[in-house]
Design a protein around this ligand. Structure first.
Ligand SMILES: NC(=O)c1ccc[n+]([C@@H]2O[C@H](COP(=O)([O-])OP(=O)(O)OC[C@H]3O[C@@H](n4cnc5c(N)ncnc54)[C@H](OP(=O)(O)O)[C@@H]3O)[C@@H](O)[C@H]2O)c1
Length: 344
């Protein structure tokens, strides 16, 4: 018998990709249900070559659901994840609502798969922020080799990271500018078309943003609380794919060649680094792919044991949907979850 999987937020950017990935990776599901808000009741979404009609979350009965993949925002998760979990389904949540709860594992399977063992405390597992997911996939093998002391990262985050409204805004503004129409700003605080914005999520008291704080807190929880990290998160006019310029200070010496070799054999990482025009990966090439790409690996002689590199990944896949499905696969492969009995 296979699993019954519910996808909450199935009409959204991440939810649609979740359905694609469940099908692509042949996740052992007997039944997949698509859920969204009442607004989308009856809207059709694709699951492989099948079409699923979205149902309303607030009237759905989860009593025979095994796994609920959630990507409907923090408020929906805060209200619904505990209710769904209480009905016996394991919730794998994409929002930031549960990430910092000590009783909720925060998991990137290539980095800390073993953390899933604690999922029963709340029956909820959290997926990290999209920028953190790709960063820790690249940092983990380097940390194992030379112990990271400090990371300085600048992100270049695509508009799809802000949901379908983010993508629509870049599309609308670009069209308006080309046709000399007035440019409307709704989703982002400044014009995003042919521009960039050094501000994602709310400002905090110390002048950093919540998005930057998330990268710090999540890297510590997933990889190592001793790592010091400072981030500057920037929204850029790219539809899909987040990029990061990363500078790392290690405890032990590590050369660029050593780092390249370590990363070449690391799970989830693809090194493209030929030090010539085009010998690196851009977000356009990473979109639709599962890997975290690392390029431009070089020594930083301005600090002891320093390295710099460039890191790109599809934020809707590794940054969200793929990671959530990999967590579900981890539960299945480690036999931590058996399908519930359902009426025939
Ligand atoms: N995009 C990324 O790169 C990324 C990465 C990591 C994590 N996340 C997180 O994933 C979540 C979703 O992101 P997204 O980019 O997919 O957003 P999105 O494109 O705006 O989609 C939001 C989804 O949530 C549903 N929803 C909204 N309110 C609801 C409610 N009251 N009840 C049930 N469903 C509701 C929407 O349904 P309707 O269509 O009916 O409104 C839609 O399916 C967010 O928490 C985000 O922070 C996103």
């Amino acid at each position: 018998m296979g699993y019954k999987v519910a996808v909450v937020g199935a009409t959204g950017n991440v939810g649609r990709v979740m359905l694609d990935i469940l099908d692509e990776r042949a996740f052992p599901a007997d039944e997949v249900v698509a859920l969204a808000s009442r607004r989308s009741q009856g809207v059709e979404v694709s699951y492989g070559d099948r079409r699923l009609k979205a149902k309303a979350l607030d009237t759905y009965d989860f009593s025979d659901v095994d796994i609920c993949l959630m990507s409907a925002g923090g408020d929906v998760s805060r209200e619904w994840a505990p209710r769904i979990a209480a009905q016996g389904a394991v919730v794998i949540d994409n929002s930031s609502a549960w990430r910092y709860d000590p009783d909720v594992p925060l998991v990137v399977p290539e980095v800390n798969a073993e953390a899933v063992r604690d999922f029963k405390k709340k029956n909820i597992i959290a997926n990290p922020n999209c920028s953190t997911a790709q960063l820790v996939v690249a940092l983990k093998p380097l940390h194992d080799a030379a112990k990271i002391k400090r990371v300085v990262v600048a992100t270049y985050q695509s508009v799809s990271g802000a949901g379908k409204e983010g993508e629509d805004e870049l599309d609308r503004q670009t069209r308006a500018l080309y046709s000399l129409q007035p440019v409307e700003q709704k989703k982002f605080p400044k014009r995003i078309a042919f521009n960039l914005i050094p501000h994602i999520d709310a400002f905090m008291e110390d002048g950093s943003t919540k998005e930057e704080w998330k990268m710090v807190a999540e890297t510590k929880k997933i990889l190592d609380p001793a790592i010091k990290l400072t981030a500057t998160c920037v929204r850029v006019p790219v539809f899909v794919g987040h990029s990061e310029a990363v500078n790392v200070e290690f405890e032990r010496p590590i050369t660029a060649d050593e780092a390249r070799e370590i990363l070449r054999s690391a799970p989830g990482v693809m090194v493209i680094d030929t030090r010539e025009p085009g010998g690196y990966i851009t977000p356009h090439e990473a979109a639709g792919e599962d890997a975290t790409y690392v390029s431009r690996i070089r020594e930083d002689i301005t600090v002891e044991n320093g390295l710099s590199f460039w890191c790109v990944s599809d934020n809707l896949r590794k940054g969200a949907a793929l990671n959530a499905v990999q967590i579900a696969e981890t539960l299945v492969n480690r036999r931590l979850l058996t399908p519930r009995q359902r009426a025939a």
